[in-house]
Design a protein around this ligand. Sequence first.
Ligand code: HEM
Length: 463
Amino acid sequence: MLNMLHFSSLYTLNLPLKKYQMDDALFYDRMQFAFTITFHYLFPQLTMGLSLIIIYFKGKFLKTQLDKYNDAAHFWMKIFAINFAMGVVTGIPMEFQFGTNWAKFSELTGGIIGQTLAMEGMFSFFLESSFLGLFLFGEKLLGHKLHFLTGFLVFLGSWASGYLIIATHSWMQYPVGYEILENGKFVLTNFSALFSNPWFLPSYLHNQAASMVTSSFVVAGIGAFYVLNKKHLEFGKLFLKTGVVFGLISSILVAVPTGDLVAKNVAKYQPVSFAAMEGLFDTEEGAEIVLIGQPNIKEKRLDNKIAVPNILSFLTYNNWNAEVKGLNEFDESLYPTNIPGLYYAYHIMVGLGTVFIGVLLIASFLLYYKKLYVKKWILWSILFLIPFPYIANITGWYTAELGRQPWLVYNLLKVSEGASPTVSAGNTLFTLLGFIGLYLLLGMLFLILVGKIIYKGPNTLKA
Ligand code: HEM
């Protein structure tokens, strides 16, 4: 998200003071948003997927009447609630940043993004938060069937939030249904176009599957922790089994069809970003897919490359010999501003996705042959992997965001045109440092609270 090269070059070029100050402020605006949104997205990516796993446990309880499923639902509800609170606390400053640091963007595009963002607050957030209260505290009052229903509504609210946020983001990637007035403001001419936007559905499904990957690894990882420690064994096995099955399904879905579809969208609507993310400099027929290599922007080539011929053409156009356009085909003014960042973010995401499928396939195989709970190496692997879906999700978002640079609204509004003109670099740096300090404290508090719940374990059954 940040263009370090561009930033450092400001100091070596003799830029006029005003331009220099504006670029400086823009850098901190971007850095602040990058930091706050990266930290924020650590939480919703777990809550969205976890809400589905919780109602799965509650549904299993309704079907079997076995207490362990209800206890499992209760255990994960507590972790859900803390994550949800962290998501809200870290989400609110971002809404303010639209006004403080991105006032021009809000002023120009508010007629469009205001619709979906307001709907997110009014409908999905309220749906999720009001029913979360009932889900957490209303079981005795409501009975199990209505309790399940409140859990389902929490799930619906959290997925609807993602739906509306990604509809907004998709409009920025591929603007549809708008008109630009003489004063430069965007107005919405077709509301439904926001949701039939070809960018939207693949991106939403990819994101939701990715969120399922995170929650599955967290559930399976805590299960592995209990089994390795021989504590809360019955729950450990239940979490492990559930996490591995949900994880395998979602890891496959994240690659095919959703990952494939989002990549095809980038190739179709942002071909220059596609070339950069794939590390393709020359236009090729039968283009190779790069597994490893370092982009050398100066020489316009990939160093130390390991690539497999024809695969990229096939994945992109279903034709082994199709032509895929390389970066050299485009004018440099159209290049994404941070090609190495984009390339590495994309390759880390896809590389991790491949590791997840591999590990979960082995785990499912061992589960099927009843060996999963006794093979320590796989339990350690699953436990060790807990942070990595978070990294894949974050690098996934970096891929989308760096791919769109230098545009805020693709091909229509540049990032530099969306920042607030009157906020100084010093102001933003000051608040950024404040955010870093505060979020560090919040993060520690979060880990202590969740750690305590995990340590205590699902408490009704004896270990
Ligand atoms: C395995 C193959 C995968 C492929 C081919 C793939 C492809 C892509 C592409 C092309 C984008 C950029 C879309 C854009 O510019 O808007 C993207 C974004 C993203 N990816 Fe992946 N991805 C894969 C795996 C993963 C994994 C394993 C995760 C996380 C567990 C993940 C999470 C994300 C997220 C959160 C985004 C941003 C939101 C979105 O555009 O949907 N991806 N992915």
